[in-house]
Design a protein around this ligand. Structure first.
Ligand SMILES: Nc1nc2c(c(=O)[nH]1)N[C@H]1C(S)=C(S)[C@@H](COP(=O)(O)OP(=O)(O)OC[C@H]3O[C@@H](n4cnc5c(=O)[nH]c(N)nc54)[C@H](O)[C@@H]3O)O[C@H]1N2
Ligand SMILES: Nc1nc2c(c(=O)[nH]1)N[C@H]1C(S)=C(S)[C@@H](COP(=O)(O)OP(=O)(O)OC[C@H]3O[C@@H](n4cnc5c(=O)[nH]c(N)nc54)[C@H](O)[C@@H]3O)O[C@H]1N2
Ligand code: SF4
Ligand SMILES: [Mo]
Length: 886
C-alpha cells in the first residue's frame, strides 16, 4: 500500500523529519533496523533532492541512545504503571490546585495527529490552555503578524512562486544552511532565469555569499529598512492605489508611522548601519520588480520587534498589491517539519484548534464539536511565562513532548533549575538522556521515532504530507498519540479519545476545520475529512485549503483580494519605532547572536549520531571580528569564555570578518549531553516581543575573554560519557564511538574514572613535556583513549582511527599506540566540506589550486558538491577567495 510505483515493494514514501522545506524521502529498510534513504523524485517540495542532513538520515536510526522502556523515578516500569501514575497525578493536581496548575510543552516535531490529541486533552478536558510549544521560540511572531495583517495565520504563497520570482529577498534567513533544498531552487532561478537575490543579515553567511547584494543590517533594525522602503514606494509612485483602496485598511496610519521611522534613504541607512547607496539599490530593485518574494526566518521572528518586522514587510507587499499572484508575496520559511501543523491544531497557548481563537463563539464552537466538558475559556501561558510559573511554583505539573527546553529556551540554566521544582515532571522522548530528561524528570515515556510512526506534517507552503513507518517499534516505544490517548482514558475521558490510529484523529481534525466554517476561516481541509484508512495511507502531498469539493488543495491564497478579517480587507500596521531591547554596556559590551550550523539539527539528538555530519563543524565556536579579537587578546582557534547576565560558555574562537565589530555569533546545538561548557542557551536573555511573546534570541548583551590556558588533548570512547565539570570538549561521532578534543585542568585520574575504564590500561608519561597517554584494551580491542598534552589539531584522533576500528589489536598496533607515532601515512583531514562524499575542505582547496575554475570542475575532480549540493555555497566561497585577483 505504501509502495511507490516503480520502486521495490519494500520502499516506503515518507517525509524528512528535519526542516520545514518538507522534502519527500524514499526509505528502503535493510531488515536489520537500518534503512537507505534517498529523495522522492515525485514529491513536489524537493523533486528527488535531499540536503546533507536528509541524506544522512540512515546514520541516525541506531538504538544505542534510545529510550526503550517507560521509567518512573529512574526504574523501568510497565506501561500501565507509568500511565496510571501520570493520569492519577494529573487528576490529583487538577483537583487540588485547578487545571491551570498543569501545563503541556509541545513541539513542531510532533506529527499533526499527536499534536491535535494533546491539545484536545488539555484545552477541552483538563480545562486549561496552558499548552505551548517550541514554536513560540520559532514561528510565533509570524503567526501574530499574519493574524494582524490577514485576520488569519495564512501563508499566502507556494514554492512555485520562488521559481517564478525575478527578485528573491531573504530577511534574517540563512537558507543555504537551514533550508538547503529550497535554497537550491532559488539558485536555479538565479542561474536559469537571472533572478536577483538580496539578503539582509548582520552576518555574511553562506546565503549572503551567493547573493547579488548583502545588506548587513544592524541587529533588530529590519523594521526601519522596510519602513524606508514603504516611504520610497510612495515617493516614487510605485504603489498599487487600486489594490490599497479596494482590499486594505489603515494605509495612512502605517505610512505616517513609516515616515517618522525612516523618512528617506539617508535616515534609513543611518538607522540600519548601512551604506546609503546599498539601501537605494535595494529600494530601487524591490520597487521596480513586480515579481518579488520576500522570505523571512529567525532574524525576523526571534526578535523583540519580530511581529512588527513581519508586518513592515507585509505592508510593502500590500502597498504594491504583490500578494496572491504568481511569483510574488511575503513568505515565512518555517523551521521545524511540522511547525505549520502545530499552528493548525492550536498548539500555541493563545490559539484554539483549526486556527480559531478564544472568542466566546469560538470556544463554544470547539467545545460543542469535541463535546468537551471543561473547555478552557481564556488563553494560556506562553512559553517564557509558563517556565516562570514553573519556577514560582504556580504550575506544578509539566508534560514535555518532543522538545528539549533545558537547552533551547532562553536562560536555559534557570529553566533547568525550575524543572527541578515540579511535583510531576513527565517527558515523552526518543532518547534516554538529554539535558531535559536529566533535569529531574519523574516519568519518562518512550516515544516512537521517525521511521517508526505514522501521521502527517505540513511544510512551509501549506503542504500536508504523510510520514510513514518503515521500521518496527523498538522495545516498548509507542507513538505519541497512543501515549496521550492512554492517559486521557485513565483520566476518565475515554469516550472522546476512542481513536484506533492516526487516520481517525486526522479525520476528526479535518472535520473540525470545516465545522461551521463557511469560508470564514482560512484553514479548511474538510475535503479530507472523509478519508478512510486506505485513503489516508495513500494521501498524496496536498496544499491546504482543501475544502469539501476541492480535495487537491490550493497553491495560492488571497488571489481574489479577500482576506479573513471581519471586513475581508487586509490591515496595514503602523509599527513601533525599532529599538534593541537591551543595549550593550560596560560589563557586556558585545551583542551575542545565535543560530545554526549546516550539518547539525537543534540539540543534536539525531544528527549528533552521524559521523559524516560531525565533520563539517566538529565543535561549538564563537565568531568574533578581528579588531575585537585583537583588542580582547583572543586568537583564532583558541578558547574564549562568553558570558552574559544569565550564564557562560567556553567555545573555540573563530576570528572572521563575516560579522561586524561588536558582534558575536554562537551555534545553538551543543548541550551538556554532547559537550562540556557549551550550553549557549544559558547565555540568552528572555526578553520577548510584546505581540507574539517570542523571545529575542539574536541580540543578548555579552562579554568575551580568552579562556585561561588549560591542558589540551583528546579522548576516544565507545560511548558518550559525562566528563568532570570544567572540562571543555564536544563529542564527535566516529566509527564505533565518539571522540573529543579536550581543554581541561582535571587530573588524568578523574578523566579515566569518567571514562569508566574496564580492561587493561596501557599508559605512557613524559613528565618533562607534560604528556600523558592512556589506552584501555578490552576483548582485544581499544575501549578508550586519553591523550593529554602536546600539539593538538581539530581532529587529533584521525591518526588513531584504524587502530580504533581494528577488531583485534596487532602487536605492532599496541607498540605504536602510545608512542605518538600514530599511522604516519594518515594525515589529519581537518573539517569536511562535502558531507555526502566525505571530501575535506583542504582537498577542495587543492582542487581549486590545481586549476578547477568552476564548481562543476571541482565536482568532476573530487566529487564534492555533486550529490545533495548543500556545500555548493562554501565551494563557491572558496573559489571566490582563491581566484580573486591579488
Ligand atoms: N542545519 C539546520 N537547519 C535547520 C535547523 C537546524 O537546527 N539546523 N533548524 C530549523 C529550524 S527549527 C529553524 S527555525 C530554521 C531557522 O533558519 P534560519 O532563520 O535561517 O537560521 P538562524 O541561523 O537561526 O538565523 C538566521 C539568520 O538570522 C540572522 N539575524 C540575526 N539577527 C538579525 C536581525 O536583526 N535581522 C536580520 N535580518 N537577520 C538577523 C543571523 O545572523 C542568522 O544568520 O532552520 C531550520 N533548519
Ligand atoms: N538561542 C537560541 N535558542 C533557540 C533558537 C535560536 O536560534 N537561538 N531557536 C529556537 C527554535 S527556532 C527552535 S525550533 C528550538 C528547537 O529546540 P528543541 O525543540 O528543544 O530542539 P530539538 O533538539 O529538536 O528537541 C527535540 C527533542 O524531541 C525528541 N524527539 C524527536 N522526535 C520526537 C517524537 O516524535 N516524539 C517525541 N516524544 N520526542 C521526539 C528529540 O529526541 C529531542 O530531544 O530552539 C529554539 N531555541
Ligand atoms: S532541506 Fe534537508 S533538512 Fe530540510 S526537509 Fe529537505 S532534506 Fe530535510
Ligand atoms: Mo525553529
Amino acid at each position: 500500500m505504501n509502495a511507490h510505483a516503480g520502486a521495490t515493494p519494500s520502499t516506503v514514501r515518507t517525509t524528512c523529519p528535519y526542516c520545514g522545506v518538507g522534502c519527500g524521502v524514499l526509505s528502503r529498510p535493510d531488515g536489520l533496523g537500518g534503512a537507505e534513504v534517498s529523495g522522492d523524485p515525485d514529491h513536489p517540495a524537493n523533486l528527488g533532492r535531499l540536503c546533507s542532513k536528509g541524506s544522512a538520515l540512515g546514520e541516525t536510526l541506531g538504538l544505542e541512545t534510545r529510550l526503550l522502556e517507560p521509567r518512573l523515578h529512574g526504574a523501568n516500569v510497565s506501561w500501565s504503571t507509568a500511565l496510571d501514575h501520570v493520569a492519577s497525578e494529573l487528576s490529583r493536581i487538577r483537583a487540588e490546585h485547578g487545571p491551570d496548575a498543569i501545563a503541556f510543552y509541545l513541539s513542531g516535531q510532533l506529527l499533526t495527529e499527536d499534536y491535535y490529541i494533546a491539545n484536545k486533552l488539555m484545552k477541552g478536558f483538563i480545562g486549561s490552555a496552558n499548552v505551548d510549544t517550541n514554536s513560540r521560540l520559532c514561528m510565533a511572531s509570524t503567526v501574530a503578524g499574519h493574524r494582524r495583517a490577514f485576520g488569519a495565520d495564512t501563508v499566502p504563497g507556494s514554492y512555485e512562486d520562488i521559481d517564478e520570482a525575478d527578485l528573491i529577498v531573504l530577511v534574517g534567513s540563512n537558507a543555504a544552511w537551514c533550508h538547503p533544498v529550497l535554497y537550491q531552487r532559488m539558485m536555479r532561478a538565479k542561474e536559469t532565469r537571472g533572478a536577483q537575490i538580496i539578503t539582509m543579515d548582520p552576518r555574511l553567511t553562506a546565503t549572503g555569499e551567493s547573493s547579488d547584494l548583502h545588506l548587513p543590517v544592524a541587529p533588530g533594525m529590519d523594521g526601519a529598512l522596510f519602513s524606508g522602503l514603504l516611504v520610497h514606494l510612495i515617493e516614487t509612485g510605485l504603489i498599487d492605489s487600486a489594490f490599497i483602496d479596494d482590499h486594505t485598511e489603515n494605509f495612512n496610519a502605517a505610512v505616517t508611522r513609516a515616515r517618522q521611522i525612516a523618512p528617506d534613504v539617508e535616515a534609513t541607512a543611518r538607522a540600519c548601519g548601512l551604506a546609503p547607496e546599498d539601501v537605494l539599490d535595494f529600494f530601487r530593485k524591490w520597487a521596480t520588480t513586480q515579481r518579488v518574494v520576500t522570505l523571512t526566518s529567525q532574524g525576523v521572528n526571534q526578535s523583540a520587534q519580530g511581529t512588527d518586522k513581519v508586518n513592515a514587510i507585509i505592508n510593502c507587499h500590500l502597498a504594491t498589491g504583490r500578494i496572491g499572484k504568481p511569483g510574488m508575496g511575503p513568505f515565512s520559511l518555517t523551521g521545524q517539519p511540522n511547525a505549520m501543523g502545530g499552528r493548525e491544531v492550536g498548539g500555541l497557548a493563545n490559539q484554539l484548534a483549526a486556527h480559531m481563537g478564544f472568542s466566546p463563539a469560538e470556544v463554544d464552537r470547539v467545545g460543542r464539536f469535541w463535546a468537551a466538558p471543561n473547555m478552557a475559556r481564556k488563553e494560556g501561558l506562553k512559553a517564557i511565562d509558563m517556565f516562570d510559573a514553573i519556577a514560582s511554583g504556580k504550575i506544578k505539573a509539566l508534560w514535555v513532548m518532543g522538545t528539549n527546553p533545558a537547552v533551547s529556551l532562553p536562560r536555559a540554566d534557570d529553566v533547568r533549575a525550575a524543572l527541578g521544582k515540579l511535583d510531576l515532571f513527565v517527558v515523552s522522548e526518543n532518547v534516554a538522556s538529554n539535558d531535559t530528561v536529566n533535569a529531574g524528570a519523574h516519568v519518562l515515556l518512550p516515544a516512537a521515532a521517525w521511521g517508526e510512526k505514522d501521521g502527517t506534517v505540513t511544510n512551509s507552503e501549506r503542504r500536508i504530507s504523510r510520514q510513514r513507518a518503515f521500521l518496527d517499534l523498538p522495545g516498548e516505544a509507542r507513538p505519541d498519540w497512543w501515549i496521550v490517548r492512554e492517559v486521557a482514558i485513565r483520566m476518565g475521558f475515554g469516550e472522546a479519545f476512542d481513536y484506533d490510529g492516526p487516520a481517525g484523529i486526522f479525520a476528526e481534525h479535518a472535520a473540525l476545520s470545516a465545522f461551521e466554517n463557511d469560508t470564514a476561516r482560512d484553514f479548511d481541509i474538510g475535503g479530507m475529512a472523509g478519508l478512510d484508512g486506505r485513503g489516508y495511507d495513500a494521501l498524496e502531498p496536498t496544499q491546504w485549503p482543501a475544502p469539501v469539493g476541492e480535495i487537491n488543495g490550493r497553491a495560492r491564497m488571497f488571489g481574489d483580494g479577500r482576506f479573513f478579517t471581519p471586513s475581508r480587507r487586509a490591515n496595514f500596521i503602523a509599527i513601533e519605532p525599532p529599538v534593541l531591547p537591551a543595549s550593550p554596556d560596560d560589563a557586556h559590551p558585545f551583542t551575542l547572536n545565535t543560530g545554526r550550523f549546516r550539518d547539525q539539527w537543534h540539540t543534536m539528538t539525531r544528527t549528533g549520531l552521524s559521523q559524516r555530519l560531525a565533520r563539517h563543524r566538529p565543535e561549538p565556536t564563537v565568531e568574533i571580528h578581528p579588531d575585537d579579537a585583537a583588542r580582547m587578546g583572543i586568537i583564532d582557534g583558541g578558547l574564549a569564555r562568553v558570558s552574559t547576565k544569565h550564564g557562560a560558555a567556553t567555545l573555540r574562537a573563530v576570528v572572521t570578518r563575516t560579522l561586524a565589530p561588536g558582534a558575536l555569533f554562537a551555534p545553538i546545538h551543543w548541550s551538556d549531553e554532547t559537550a562540556g561548557g557549551a550550553r549557549v542557551g544559558s547565555l540568552v536573555h528572555s526578553l520577548v516581543d510584546p505581540y507574539s511573546g517570542q523571545p529575542d534570541s539574536k541580540a543578548t548583551p555579552a562579554a568575551i575573554e580568552p579562556a585561561v590556558a588549560m591542558r589540551g588533548g583528546f579522548i576516544m570512547s565507545r560511548r558518550r560519557v559525562a566528563l568532570p565539570s570544567g572540562c571543555i570538549h564536544a563529542w564527535s561521532a566516529i566509527p564505533g564511538g565518539y571522540a573529543a578534543r579536550l581543554g581541561t585542568d582535571a587530573p588524568s585520574g578523574d578523566l579515566l574514572a569518567a571514562l569508566g575504564v574496564c580492561g587493561d590500561i596501557a599508559s605512557y608519561r613524559d613528565v618533562a613535556r607534560g604528556i600523558e597517554r592512556f589506552a584501555t584494551i578490552g576483548n582485544g580491542r581499544l575501549q578508550s583513549v586519553l591523550f593529554l598534552g602536546g600539539e593538538v589539531d581539530e581532529t587529533p584522533w584521525t591518526g588513531l582511527l584504524s587502530t580504533w576500528e581494528a577488531s583485534t589489536l596487532t602487536d605492532a598496533m599496541r607498540a605504536a599506540l602510545l608512542s605518538g607515532r600514530v599511522d604516519a601515512n594518515v594525515e589529519a583531514t581537518g573539517p569536511l566540506l562535502c558531507a555526502c562524499f566525505g571530501v575535506p575542505e583542504k582537498v577542495v582547496r587543492k582542487t581549486i589550486d590545481d586549476g578547477a575554475l568552476s564548481v562543476e570542475m571541482v565536482g568532476r575532480a573530487c566529487r564534492a558538491g555533486t550529490n545533495c549540493g548543500s556545500c555548493l555555497p562554501e565551494i563557491r566561497k572558496l573559489m571566490a577567495a582563491t581566484l580573486a585577483p591579488v
